[in-house]
Design a protein around this ligand. Structure first.
Ligand code: NAP
Length: 255
């Protein structure tokens, strides 16, 4: 992160990032914070929230931490109200939480697992935005985190991929609904070696096979995803809405 030239595009802005105590969400919060935003970070566990807030503060970032399991209605509302209590408004919402609870084929996936995938990966984002809408400023911005798997759902995580496809549609639909005051865009990461993608780091052959699928012959970093999310959330993207930016080292997505 230090090597990247960082601007101050979010000076005076307030940004909420869900699932942001590690991995891609943390990197996004850090990037927005380094660019001047007051960032509100959250995840399911208080200890993770406290540690992440500390890490951001050490870097001089103004940060508030609130526990929020994205499928808990009360915790979603609390995330919004604590943000507004402290900072008075919301300029950026990055909806980053996702679950991938099963490696079953779609036709073998249990009813309860289908519900969980829909609830965490899609529905919670919608419900969080419903709570946030009254406080979203003119010129505000929403960023969803989809996946390259949304373009080509892979075996063993196919239903997860389908929920990520849904986010591409949600981006288009909400961009229309929330225009002109709020832009809605999406980042579709390729493979990033986080805890969520442990299968990559655990197995050298899998890692190599994925690297070879990219044109750049390497995995992505959380900072790569953060740079894309920050661009879309910033005024540099002020004429962009309803779009998904694929950040996948050249893995095929679409023409
Ligand atoms: P990660 O490193 O495993 O981090 C997950 C974060 O989410 C943690 O801070 C975790 O903290 C929090 N979290 C998990 N479940 C939550 C929930 N239900 N509610 C609130 N917070 C929750 O994951 P990641 O790889 O950065 O993934 C972030 C996003 O990128 C996801 O949407 C994922 O689908 C997408 N993505 C990742 C990759 C990849 O290769 N890594 C590729 C494409 C897309 P707690 O444990 O404290 O809750």
């Amino acid at each position: 992160m230090e090597k990247t030239k960082i601007g101050r595009r979010f000076q005076g802005k307030v940004a909420i990032v869900t699932a942001s105590t590690q991995g891609i969400g943390f990197a996004i919060a850090e990037r927005l914070g380094l660019e001047g935003a007051s960032v509100v970070i959250s995840s399911r566990k208080q200890r993770n929230v406290d540690e992440a807030v500390e890490k951001l503060k050490v870097k001089g970032i103004e940060a508030l931490g609130v526990v929020c399991h994205v499928s808990n209605a009360q915790q979603r509302m609390n995330l919004i109200s604590k943000t507004v209590e402290k900072y008075g408004k919301i300029d950026v919402v990055v909806s980053n939480a996702a679950a991938n609870p099963s490696v079953d084929t779609i036709l073998q996936t249990k009813d309860s697992v289908l519900d969980k995938l829909w609830e965490i990966n899609v529905k919670a984002s919608i419900l969080l935005l419903q709570d946030a809408v009254p406080y979203l400023q003119k010129g505000s911005s929403v960023v969803f985190i989809s996946s390259i798997a949304g373009y080509q759902p892979q075996a063993s995580m196919a239903m997860y991929g389908v929920t990520k496809t849904a986010l591409l549609g949600l981006t288009k639909a909400l961009a229309a609904e929330m225009a002109p005051d709020t832009r809605v865009n999406c980042v579709a990461p390729g493979f990033v070696p986080t805890r969520f993608a442990e299968f990559i780091t655990k197995n050298d052959d899998v890692r190599k096979a994925i690297e070879e699928k990219t044109l750049l012959n390497k995995l992505g970093t959380a900072e790569d995803m953060a740079a894309a999310a920050a661009f879309l959330a910033s005024d540099d993207a002020s004429y962009i809405t309803g779009e998904t930016l694929v950040v996948a080292g050249g893995i095929p997505s679409r023409l």
